[in-house]
Design a protein around this ligand. Structure first.
Ligand SMILES: C[S@@+](CC[C@H](N)C(=O)[O-])C[C@H]1O[C@@H](n2cnc3c(N)ncnc32)[C@H](O)[C@@H]1O
Length: 391
């Protein structure tokens, strides 16, 4: 047992390890307040654009939140979490493992042991990134107008290219979490010009050596014809574009459904199609949340918060996506909501992912949660509910 003031000594020791790049992982767990919603926090080293940082994953019941900090700020963050938010901390370093336990009286108990790890994890994002989408020799990027004939990204398309890279990285990570039989059937709903459709196909087939059948569904015939032309020209033999609306599409076997910035309720159409097919993975980046907002505007007039247009807009976005995630939970999907690129590149940067897990035990409480949210914000019905038979 050690006395409470020694918290500073522990933090100094951790700070030394952080600075010396000896930390393999830190876990903070056993919340002080169970209802706080934060289950645990994982800290791991990362290298981002040449900087050695620590990535903090804050695990909430429905989502993860990730923040990166330099070693000095990391010490402060850990200091704020230990004792105030969590009673346990495990620090795995190349020198030793340290376990800190704090009892209800605030008494610290420490245990050290031989290191569980003898090397640091792969910290460089750069090495991994090389395996995502490369510009050189990628004819589809040229055909789509993302790169010039020399394989350089055209400046006005830099944000788009960054978005493509990030998207492929995210979906690659999510696909690792689900067991998929080959061939893997992937459909991109509202595929537009097909930037992401092509990039994902390229990655899965050429980097991951997967047998993939991919479709883009798009209502604009010109984009469909152009997508098919580029697929043929680039030899992407199992990629096709189909003209039509999402809801009318006959999906056939469907393992992975993606929908990026499908306008307003088209995101709901896509989620519905994915749930109906029990796709193993659904990944959407919603855009323009108008439907819920219309109800809210009618029913919350005079609200000191929602009378401000921008706050109404943000709240409508939050509620639309929260209810989407709850409906997905109800239908057996474990969901996460997260930002996928920085807001400086696009304001439409929230993603909802769902991994199919089977019927949940707490369906009644999910329904109650949805009902409460709707009642509080004067929402008659979320459009996604209207798609579900018997609703
Ligand atoms: C903003 S664009 C996004 C395109 C692409 N997903 C991307 O992220 O680059 C949305 C596309 O969805 C298509 N779309 C919207 N609603 C649709 C629907 N109900 N059925 C099929 N396509 C739809 C639009 O025509 C448009 O091309």
């Amino acid at each position: 047992m050690i006395a409470k003031p020694e918290k500073d000594r522990i933090l100094d020791e951790v700070a030394g390890w952080l600075k010396a790049k000896k930390v393999v992982r830190i876990t903070l767990s056993r919340p002080v307040h169970k209802k706080s919603g934060l289950k645990n926090v994982y800290v791991r080293p990362v290298r981002i654009r040449g900087l050695d940082l620590y990535s903090f994953t804050y695990r909430h019941p429905e989502r993860d939140e990730v923040k990166n900090h330099d070693p000095a700020v990391s010490r402060e963050k850990i200091g704020g979490l230990l004792e105030h938010v969590f009673r346990n901390m495990h620090v795995y370093t190349l020198e030793q493992d340290l376990e800190v336990r704090i009892d209800k009286n605030g008494t610290y108990a420490l245990k050290t042991s031989a290191p569980s790890f003898t090397s640091l994890p792969e910290v460089s994002h750069d090495r991994k990134k090389k395996r995502w989408i490369t510009t050189a020799d990628n004819r589809y990027l040229r055909e789509l107008g993302v790169t010039d004939p020399a394989g350089r990204v055209i400046p006005s398309k830099a944000d788009k290219f960054r978005q493509i890279q990030k998207f492929v990285e995210i979906i690659d990570g999510l696909m690792e979490k689900v067991r998929l039989k080959q061939p893997v059937h992937v459909t991109d709903m509202g595929s537009g010009k097909g930037y992401l459709t092509f990039a994902l196909y390229d990655h899965l087939v050429h980097n991951r050596n997967m047998d993939v059948r991919m479709r883009g569904v798009e209502q604009r015939p010109g984009l469909v014809a152009e997508g098919d032309r580029i697929a043929a020209a680039t030899g992407f033999g199992h990629l096709e574009f189909m003209q039509g609306s999402i809801l009318d599409h006959e999906p056939g076997p469907l393992d992975v459904l993606i929908a990026l910035h499908a306008c307003d309720t088209a995101t709901d159409d896509a989620i519905f199609m994915g749930m109906q097919s029990q796709a193993s993975l659904i990944l959407t980046a919603p855009c323009c949340h108008k439907q819920v907002r219309r109800d809210m505007e009618k029913n919350t007039a005079g609200s000191p918060v929602l009378d401000y247009g921008i706050l109404m807009e943000r709240q409508a976005e939050i509620l639309t996506d929260a209810i989407r995630a709850l409906i997905m939970n109800y239908y057996g999907y474990e969901t996460q909501i997260f930002e996928f690129v920085s807001t400086e590149h696009t304001p439409k940067n929230v993603m909802i992912s769902g991994i199919y897990k089977g019927k949940p035990a707490n369906r009644e409480s999910i329904l109650e949660e949805i009902g409460r949210l709707k009642a509080h914000y004067g929402i008659q019905q979320h459009y996604l509910e209207t798609l579900i038979p018997g609703s």
